[in-house]
Write a protein that binds this ligand. Sequence first.
Ligand SMILES: Nc1ncnc2c1ncn2[C@@H]1O[C@H](COP(=O)(O)OP(=O)(O)O)[C@@H](O)[C@H]1O
Ligand SMILES: [Mg+2]
Length: 252
Amino acid sequence: MPEAAVMPLCDPCRPGPAGPPAIVLEDLVLERGGKRLIDGLSMTVPARGVTAVMGPNGAGKSLALRLIAQLVEPTSGRLRFAAGLLAQPEIAFVFQKPVLLRRSVRANLDHALRTYGTPRGERAARLAELLALGQLTELAERPARVLSGGEQQRVAMVRALAAEPKVLLLDEPTASLDPQATAAIEALIRRAVDDGVSVVLVTHQAGQAQRLADTVCFLHKGRLHESAPAAAFFHNPRTPEAHAYLAGELLL
Ligand SMILES: Nc1ncnc2c1ncn2[C@@H]1O[C@H](COP(=O)(O)OP(=O)(O)O)[C@@H](O)[C@H]1O
Ligand SMILES: [Mg+2]
């Protein structure tokens, strides 16, 4: 596991209006096969709100999420976590393609609640709550893997929320969904944010980032090129690379 430390209440994690950040990435480097895939990535995941991570294919967005989730160990650099945010399940991950158990929707969610240690007496009520949240009540007994893409992604989202995470990492959660299914996922994201969850959202959809994000981090070739309030990023990107990306030009 990468070196992880509880953040002191001092620089460079000075509490802002939203309080101290949840996670600070300090100069993370990830090398594989002699290649530097993540190249000195320093960024802050705030305690709440939505941080969109954007950038062309191969920029390192998914790897950045995997580093934050501690699924891969950095070659160098370190992650710092706010006190009380040190381990799973406080960081939850939803992948582009939902990975669901070959069981009913209900059983998938029940399995998650058991895994996260929800007390037996609370499980039924929590399960009903999660089903309702995902508009899945009528689909509860259906095998999860035969649901539509949008329905499966709703299961994956509420399963992640079953953990009551402090940070929710979403890797292009609506990339293959139609507008209606996308809207349902965005509603779940908003709900999580309203409940105080910090969301890190990898997305190629500028409209989605504009609807949801407070901050945009723009990655290119493993480097953070720009980190700005969403409105500033979309109206006046500072780097030529971000400008080209938003204009739909191919970045190589
Ligand atoms: N395990 C790995 N070994 C070698 N190269 C990898 C590995 N995982 C990802 N890469 C490469 O790292 C780069 C960034 O990948 P990724 O984070 O998946 O990009 P994206 O921004 O599209 O999500 C890509 O060039 C990819 O091919
Ligand atoms: Mg990716």
